[in-house]
Design a protein around this ligand. Structure first.
Ligand SMILES: C[S@@+](CC[C@H](N)C(=O)[O-])C[C@H]1O[C@@H](n2cnc3c(N)ncnc32)[C@H](O)[C@@H]1O
Length: 268
């Protein structure tokens, strides 16, 4: 089975678990609560009326939250279950949105359009093996002057083991294969089957350079000394919605964000 097929199947199973999790709080979302965090809300700014492509949208909570802010959204994800659930939620809550099931790398077979904004967030990069191809795709879907925005877990975090020791290289050359036993949303066992995940971790320079090499001008790169999701081991909450490493506190980077612009004449 190829890597992406493995990941598609495991994400189908994880999505089923995530829909009912406290972590994703679908009940709150149904009542109007946004799933977006303060960072992307502030850094993205006004998105009303703008067309937005959300890559790796999972089951659509962030995509639909962006739609509630007035963006005209399209969400893409490799997981059939994610796309099915996202489509159901949009229909149930009457939020205009389009969801497409596709591997990011095959998206050009199913989507022929350009957007004001291409967006991706938290826990997306590590499922992609080829950042150069990824950045080319982003560029291809942006209108001239369009904005690419991402907010992600900092790659340094993936060097730490469960005891918060630096156990793995920051500069990873090989894919990481793991058996999926638990989700980050709860500790119950995912499946009796041996579900496998294939991940690729990328250094910050790899991410930035792939965007620069593919026609995007970096407007900012920010690093954050905390997480907005409690989804890594050994974190402690220091204020509502902010978690830091128990061992290193705010001395290490936990997340980063990038805003970049497609070189072109139109401005947003
Ligand atoms: C941790 S979730 C991202 C959650 C995201 N922050 C959100 O908006 O909810 C990662 C998502 O990436 C998707 N994914 C993994 N590999 C992919 C690929 N090659 N192409 C498209 N989606 C992919 C998974 O199905 C999953 O829904």
């Amino acid at each position: 089975m190829d890597s992406f097929e493995n990941n598609r199947q495991s994400w189908n199973e994880l999505t089923t678990l995530h829909i009912d999790s406290d972590f994703y709080n679908v009940a709150g979302f149904r009542q109007g609560k946004s799933s977006l965090k303060h960072i992307e809300i502030q850094e993205l700014g006004e998105i009303g009326g703008k067309s937005l492509l959300h890559l790796q949208c999972h089951f659509g909570l962030d995509t639909l939250s962006l739609a509630r802010q007035g963006a005209k959204v399209v969400g893409v994800d490799i997981s059939d279950t994610s796309i099915q659930k996202a489509t159901e939620l949009a229909g149930e809550l009457k939020i205009p949105a389009k969801f497409i099931r596709s591997n990011v790398y095959d998206i050009e077979n199913v989507l022929d359009d350009t957007f004001d904004i291409v967006y991706t967030s938290y826990g997306a990069m590590n499922w992609l093996n080829d950042l150069d191809a990824w950045a080319k795709i982003i560029n291809g879907y942006l209108k001239p002057g369009g904005i690419f925005y991402m907010v992600e877990f900092h790659p340094f975090i993936y060097t730490l083991n469960n005891k918060a020791e630096i156990a793995d290289s920051y500069f990873k050359s090989k894919p990481l294969e793991s058996v999926v036993e638990h989700s980050y949303t709860d500790k119950s066992r995912v499946s009796k089957r041996n579900l496998k995940h294939l991940e690729w971790h990328h250094s910050l320079s790899e991410v930035v350079n792939s965007l620069i090499a593919n026609g995007l001008t970096i407007e900012f790169l920010n690093e954050f000394p905390y997480q907005v999701y409690n989804c890594f081991p050994n974190l402690k909450e220091v204020e509502s919605g902010k978690w830091v490493s128990e061992k290193y506190g705010e001395k290490i980077p936990h997340m980063f964000s990038i805003k970049a612009k497609k070189v072109g004449s139109d401005s947003l």
